[in-house]
Design a protein around this ligand. Structure first.
Ligand code: NI
Length: 226
């Protein structure tokens, strides 16, 4: 399931993040990739432990915590500190699947269930640089306005096409979900969307609304792991 979340960041937050990134130091992105991904990866990243990455990561995490759309799409248990990358002209990331296990600060390991890309450059400012996600329903090409987020299963093969003009900046991060199975998350997401739709037409104490909401929560209780 691929979900787009518009306006995760306000324009002034995007501007602030871009200002900090503009003044920071970038390093070869291969430092955080596994062996296969490292061979097809050609981009730049902000070092994870730099003050800039930590300050900006907090802004992204606050926005995620305040986003009902992210919560219902990802059902997050824990989120790795967001990272920041850029693709200048000629840079690209070939087909790969993200590593399944990553370490949180402090060393605790977590499983990556959901991958996210938060776009930080207006699409008119660069050519190429599309995120291409392959799933069981085919190929999705994603290029979103600055401040918009896309979440997709970390099990998906994906790539970033070469940038041919300008520079594409983004934040990316992984989430361990309370519900590790993508299909179960997908069903819960569809059910939640249907409940929201029916709540716009029926009072919250209508037995149909109460029953569906109970079903949603009991499914999460049944399927979630912590
Ligand atoms: Ni990736």
């Amino acid at each position: 399931m691929l979900v787009t979340i518009p306006d995760l960041l306000k324009p002034e937050e995007v501007a602030h993040i871009r200002g900090v990134l503009d003044a920071t130091q970038w390093v070869d992105g291969r430092t955080t990739a596994g062996d296969q991904a490292g061979k097809v990866k050609n981009n730049l990243q902000v070092p994870i432990d730099s003050p800039a990455a930590q300050e900006l990561g907090q802004i992204v995490l606050r926005a995620l915590a305040a986003s009902p759309a992210f919560t219902t799409a990802a059902l997050p248990l824990r989120v790795l500190p967001p990272m920041f990358n850029r693709y200048d002209v000629g840079m690209t990331f070939g087909a790969h699947v993200d590593g399944s296990i990553r370490a949180l600060p402090g060393g605790q390991r977590m499983r990556t269930d959901v991958s996210s890309t938060l776009f930080l450059t207006p699409p008119e400012d660069y050519d190429g640089g599309e995120l291409v996600v392959h799933d069981t329903y085919g190929t999705h090409t994603v290029k979103l306005p600055a401040g918009h987020l896309v979440v997709y299963p970390a099990t998906s093969m994906h790539s970033v096409t070469p940038v041919t003009r300008g520079s594409r900046w983004a934040s990316f991060f992984w989430t361990q979900s309370l519900v590790k199975d993508d299909w179960q998350r997908h069903m819960l997401y569809d059910l939640d969307m249907s409940i929201m739709s029916i709540r716009s037409r029926l009072p919250d104490d209508d037995p149909a609304v109460v029953g569906l909401a109970a079903h949603y929560h009991n499914l999460i209780r049944h399927w979630s792991e912590t």
